[in-house]
Design a protein around this ligand. Structure first.
Ligand SMILES: NC(=O)c1ccc[n+]([C@@H]2O[C@H](COP(=O)([O-])OP(=O)(O)OC[C@H]3O[C@@H](n4cnc5c(N)ncnc54)[C@H](OP(=O)(O)O)[C@@H]3O)[C@@H](O)[C@H]2O)c1
Length: 281
């Protein structure tokens, strides 16, 4: 099959390319410099030229705090762009797989979020991503999979484990938020599952796909230091002690209510594989 991957130079995009090639597919990988998904004419032309079987959208405006001050650009990329891609995919007869986020939820449920739970984003980023979901569903009602994932980390980009290890090399003590709980998901585990969904399983609608297990950012940091034998004191703090421009959901654990949904490994396994990938890179 032929996959067109957008946002191909991003953290997930890099692993998606590798997963597509490893599964034996032809991959057309377009980074932002090659295709700006907020440019409707460019999207139409690129998809028409590639004639893919599947469009896998890994492009997004992912600066959660930056989006608060930059809602128009975030909206162009996260809300309009996915709609343009879905229109173009339909015109080419292609399926579209689009990646969305746990930040479409308000975080007050207190138990894992499933696909049918009401959304309620608290940030510009979350709101623009939710509008992107709607745009996909409108433009490609029968031929899309919207995959919501969470707390991504991977070898191809800046991410929480890399930041924590860098800070641990510079400080004796790290203070990390303990009242936000989610599912840290390794892109090296998510990407092959996305390719599988894009090429074989083709399950329509919204699907939650995040690592098994859950933790707070503080617990994640503690595990990173334990797994790497890093001697640093990690202290818990509250979100109020570490104010940021964008509000985050306090609890955004994702689980699927769809029996056919793939199940990803535990986040600790993801961390182990991430650390191995870092060593061998
Ligand atoms: N990171 C997370 O924790 C997380 C959690 C849940 C869901 N997600 C979702 O997962 C997907 C992949 O995210 P990621 O973590 O891989 O983020 P990432 O590393 O920031 O990758 C996103 C890519 O999109 C590119 N991009 C930005 N604007 C674009 C445009 N107008 N046209 C084309 N490409 C554009 C970026 O290029 P530049 O770098 O040049 O801007 C970047 O290469 C996104 O849909 C994101 O919303 C991420």
């Amino acid at each position: 099959m032929k996959l067109l991957i957008t946002g191909a130079a991003g953290m997930l995009g890099i692993d998606a390319q590798a997963a597509g090639l490893a599964a034996g597919h032809e991959v057309v990988a377009l980074a932002r410099a090659e295709l700006d998904i907020s440019d409707r004419d460019a999207v139409t032309a690129a998809v028409a030229q590639a004639q893919p079987d599947v469009v896998l959208n890994c492009a997004a405006y992912t600066n959660v705090d930056g989006a608060e001050a930059d809602p128009d650009v975030a909206g162009a990329v996260n809300s309009s762009g996915p709609g343009f891609l879905a229109e173009a995919a339909v015109a080419a007869g292609a399926w579209i797989v689009h990646v969305s986020t746990d930040y479409v939820f308000d975080g007050t449920k207190g138990s894992p979020y499933v696909e049918s739970d009401p959304t309620g984003p608290r940030s510009v980023y979350g709101s623009t991503k939710l509008l992107g979901e709607h745009a996909i569903a409108i433009a490609a009602p029968q031929t899309h999979t919207i995959v919501r994932s969470s707390w991504l980390f991977g070898a191809g980009g800046p991410c929480f484990p890399a930041t924590m290890l860098r800070l641990a090399a510079e400080h004796d003590t790290l203070t990390v938020v303990d009242d936000q709980v989610g599912c840290p998901t390794f892109t090296g585990h998510l990407a092959p599952a996305l390719v599988e969904l894009a090429t074989r399983a083709r399950m329509p609608g919204v699907m939650h796909l995040a690592a098994s297990g859950d933790c707070s950012w503080y617990q994640f940091a503690v595990e990173i230091m334990r797994a790497t034998d890093t001697a640093v004191e990690v202290r818990p703090c509250s979100t109020d002690e570490f104010p940021r421009p964008a509000r985050r959901p306090a609890y955004s654990v994702l689980r699927s209510e769809r029996p056919e949904a793939p199940v990803l490994p535990d986040w600790r396994d993801g961390l182990g594989d991430y650390l191995s990938a870092r060593v061998s890179a």
